[in-house]
Design a binder for this molecule. Structure first.
Ligand code: GLN
Length: 193
């Protein structure tokens, strides 16, 4: 059975473990060291505070191993995790793994999306493969995806801006699919392992 890791330095990693177990088909494991990373087939980077996560990645000397991991294995980044996957980050600018050709603005929706539960309609391509209809989306101080380059597929939008994207083996969501009990995003990711 494939094993999927959840980066467990900071943020809501426990909710992702439950969501992955609900989606089924893979073992889960919390990842805190480069050694842990070596024993997983894919990784989830959870929501939290991306600047804090960056500091912890630095302290744990995990930044380079994570980047190298992403050159070979799939990563799903949600919210702060999406910020870490992006190629460009603003408000303020900060380091990132640069594994997906998207640029993001931290807290880009301003106060409106400090915390909001809403409904989004995934794109046709997503619905065709994943089934179901509308998706509940929880936004918490969410980044906004400002640009997507060639090679990035938009799987869902909210108010015109992409909120769920994939590029090759990687996926990013600016909302929190681990909080709503809808397994479709995690299943989509597990299919990449
Ligand atoms: N605002 C956070 C950041 O900039 C992300 C919020 C989240 O992950 N829920 O890192």
């Amino acid at each position: 059975m494939k094993r999927v890791g959840i980066l467990a330095l900071q943020g809501d990693f426990e909710a992702h473990r439950k969501a992955l177990e609900l989606a089924g088909g893979a073992e889960t494991m919390e990842v805190r060291t480069a050694g842990d990373l070596a024993s997983v087939d894919g990784l989830v980077i959870p929501g939290g505070e991306s600047s804090t996560m960056l500091k912890l990645l630095d302290i744990e000397q995990l930044f380079d191993p994570l980047k190298e991991f992403g050159h070979r294995k799939p990563i799903l980044g949600t919210c702060a995790g999406a910020i870490l996957l992006a190629r460009g980050v603003s408000n303020p600018p900060q380091a990132s793994l640069g594994l997906m050709d998207i640029s993001v603005e931290r807290n880009g929706y301003g106060r409106q999306l400090d915390s909001r539960v809403t409904e989004i309609t995934p794109e046709e391509e997503f619905l065709r493969r994943a089934g179901g209809g509308k998706m509940e989306a929880v936004f918490i101080r969410a980044p906004i995806i400002k640009t997507v380059r060639d090679g990035v597929t938009v799987l869902a939008r909210y108010r015109g801006a992409p909120v769920l994207v994939e590029q090759g083996r990687h996926m990013a969501a600016t909302f929190h699919p681990e909080l709503t009990g809808d397994p479709r995003v995690h299943r989509w990711f597990l299919d990449k392992l």
